[in-house]
Design a protein. Structure first.
Length: 103
């Protein structure tokens, strides 16, 4: 797979990972800030959480790691959690906003 195909597959996998408190996938929810494939076979994913006190933080981090490391051509994934910028509704995709009734 090409690097672009690897990145797209990681994003596809991230769209299968859901915030357990909100029935929206973490990618469309806007929690994924960056998928860095510049050092393949190592990748780095920068993400945030809806709250610094998110009770599902460990599960979300594990899901992100699994979403990346199960892609052919990826050996390991470094996860960076950040709160800068803080999560806001503006980060959500139109589909996520529609699903949550936010207009």
């Amino acid at each position: 797979m090409t690097p672009d195909q690897i990145k797209e597959k990681i994003i596809e996998n991230l769209r299968q990972c859901y915030d357990p408190e909100i029935s929206i996938n973490i990618y469309d929810l806007g929690l994924i800030y960056n998928v860095d494939i510049s050092e393949l076979p190592k990748v780095a994913v920068t993400h945030t959480l809806t709250s610094a006190f998110c009770p599902a933080a460990d599960q979300i981090v594990a899901d992100i790691k699994n979403a990346a490391e199960t892609v052919e051509g990826v050996d390991s994934c470094f996860i960076e959690t950040t709160f800068d910028p803080p999560f806001s509704q503006e980060m959500m995709s139109e589909e996520a906003k529609l699903a949550l009734g936010i207009f």
